[in-house]
Each structure stands twice: as C-alpha cells, then as structure tokens.
Design a binder for this molecule. Structure first.
Ligand code: ATP
Length: 216
C-alpha cells in the first residue's frame, strides 16, 4: 500500500478491494462510467457511503454521468498496489490449506501463494496447485521478501509458527485457526474463524430474522 492510503479511513479502506473487483469487471465489459446506484446494487453498500468513500479517492461523481471507470480503476490499482504481486506463504497444508492452494487468488487481485509449508513428511516435497510444499523446519530459509502468511495449521501450533513468521519478516497474517494469536504492535493479523462465522449466521437467522421488505 502506498502512503495515500493513510488519508483513507480504515472502514473505507476495507471496502477498497470490493470496489476494485466490481470496477475491474465493468472495465473488462468496456463500460466507461458507473452510477452510485449501480455500484450500490452490485456491492451492497448504500449509495451515501459509496459517495463518501469515493470522495476520499478524489472521485467526484457528476449528476447524470456517474463515475469515470478508468479513473477509479487507475486509483484502485495504484492504491492497492495492483501492479506489484504480493508474495504469500501458506503454513499447514491440511484440508483447508490444500483448498487455498488450488484456489486462483490472482483472478481478482494480485496476490499469489508462492510457497507452502507443512510438518508432515508425506506432504513435504509435493507440489499442490503449482505451489511447492517445503518442510516447516526450513521456513526461515524460504521466507525472503514474503509479506503475508496464511495460517491453516492446527490451533495448538498457531502461536509458535506466528512467532517464527514475525521473526522472518512477515508483516501480515491471515489466521484461519481458532487460536487468538499474540503479535507485536507492528504486525497486522486478520482472523477468520469459519466455524464461528457459520455458527453466528445460524444464530442470527434464528434470533434476528430479516423482514421481507426491510432495507439494509
Ligand atoms: P488433514 O486431514 O490433511 O490432516 P486437517 O485440516 O484436518 O487436514 P489439521 O490437523 O488441521 O488437519 O492440520 C492442518 C495441516 O497442518 C496438516 O497438513 C498438518 O500436517 C499441518 N501441521 C501440523 N503441525 C504443523 C506445524 N507445526 N507446522 C506446519 N504444519 C503443521
């Protein structure tokens, strides 16, 4: 991310990849402009929020015209560093880890899992979805210029692996284990616990049913 990012509120920054994906699709379809209503319907963010977000990007929609797709796209590319591929490592090639290795992240953004690590000798040395699997003992030898790591190890292993990742220079961790990991202040952790998310959805369905006509 470049420094321009500092001026954008965090809540807005979180929506950037969402906007980017949609605008990129419009660009591929050859569309030159988009209205905030169209955007709002597609990304499910209300149009007032979209207008406020876009004003931070220096994109001021014109009445009856909307936003210029080319301008937005070049802003998002620059801000999200889309011209540069971010190298990602994955630790723990179990069921979930294997699925990620097969998933083509490059489709929507410029992140690429370049290498994976596991402790299981049966998995080490293999190649899954074009990604080499190394032994976790050799983590530090391979993690050069790798900014981001995805953690899909058993939760008991999460903290130990995290400390090694931080020492090796990783600055962002996407934690898919149920463990709440502790990191120094300069390291960013995003935590996705799929079973908690699912349980939460089921709870909300039961206790906070949505009305048919209710808006967002
Ligand atoms: P599987 O059925 O392949 O074991 P799983 O997702 O149910 O998948 P988990 O027990 O969650 O298995 O482990 C995930 C992966 O993490 C496994 O491939 C396991 O070998 C690996 N693993 C376990 N400990 C470590 C470690 N310390 N470092 C790296 N990888 C590890």
């Amino acid at each position: 991310m470049n420094n321009e990012q500092n001026k954008i509120p965090q809540a807005t920054a979180k929506r950037l990849p969402l906007y980017y994906r949609f605008i990129n699709n419009l660009h591929h379809q050859g569309k030159l402009r988009v209205s905030s209503k169209e955007l709002s319907d597609a990304v499910k963010v209300d149009s007032a929020t979209i207008r406020r977000d876009f004003s931070y990007f220096g994109a001021l929609g014109k009445k009856g015209y909307g936003y210029n797709v080319e301008y937005l796209l070049s802003f998002f590319r620059k801000t999200l560093d889309q011209d540069e591929v971010t190298k990602v490592a994955l630790i723990g090639v179990g069921n979930l880890g294997t699925a990620f290795l097969h998933y083509n992240f490059m489709k929507n953004n410029n992140t690429k899992i370049e290498m994976a690590f596991d402790a299981d000798p049966n998995k080490v040395g293999s190649d899954i979805g074009g990604v080499p699997v190394y032994h976790v003992d050799d983590l530090e030898d391979h993690l050069i210029n790798t900014a981001v790591a995805i953690l899909t190890v058993p939760s008991t292993e999460a903290q130990g692996i995290t400390e090694r990742l931080v020492d090796a220079g990783v600055s962002g961790i996407l934690n898919f284990t149920p463990a709440r990991i502790t990191v120094p202040d300069h390291i960013r952790v995003h935590h996705i616990d799929l079973s908690v998310e699912l349980q939460s959805l089921v709870y909300f369905l039961k206790h906070y049913p949505l009305e048919e006509e209710a808006g967002d």
